[in-house]
Design a binder for this molecule. Sequence first.
Ligand SMILES: C[S@@+](CC[C@H](N)C(=O)[O-])C[C@H]1O[C@@H](n2cnc3c(N)ncnc32)[C@H](O)[C@@H]1O
Length: 204
Amino acid sequence: MDKRKDHYYKKAKQEGYRSRAAYKLLEIQKRFKIFRKGARVVDLGCAPGGWLQLIAAEVGPKGRMVGVDLQKTRALASENVELIQGDITAPEVRSRIRQALGGEAHVVTSDLSPNLTGIHFQDHMRSCELARTGLAVARELLRPDGIFLTKVFQGEELDAVIRELKDEFGEVRRVVPSASRKASSEIYLLAKGFRGAVKGSSSG
Ligand SMILES: C[S@@+](CC[C@H](N)C(=O)[O-])C[C@H]1O[C@@H](n2cnc3c(N)ncnc32)[C@H](O)[C@@H]1O
């Protein structure tokens, strides 16, 4: 799609959001109220920072955010955001997140995307792998009853990913924001009511 013609792209430019992706999270927040004032939030795959802008507004000055991405994310205006450039599959990056957060997370969000090949099956499988890595991070960081939100591309492995989430969360729902591009196979999985970390269960 021609970016210049995209409604959400233009809206993001006008309203000062760094990405059109911010509108997907905005819609999810309006519907499900996942962020509360003062919450600690980890955002995986945060660059260029559109989701973080929105999360910062929702959690307010008493909240705390850590954003992680392979790419460099330009600093945000809010002081309570720590940015880490690194690969979330790396154990040292995960321990840096934990240190920077200063306590258990109320919410872990993941908009992680693989570099797209255009081969649907391959992109789908890579995206499921990233969702599982996000789940492993969430398992390490979330407090009991915490929330995990992840993007995933639809395909044959999706039901298996949902089952894995259901093993660890009280409620899992599929969400398709209207800001997702019509041609895209992406959906978001919103998992609420984390049952709590089981020692030795982390992987990914
Ligand atoms: C769709 S973008 C995120 C957009 C973001 N939510 C926003 O609103 O600005 C997906 C990001 O995932 C990141 N990513 C993919 N694999 C990663 C990994 N293993 N570790 C860290 N970041 C990763 C990419 O670098 C990319 O910036």
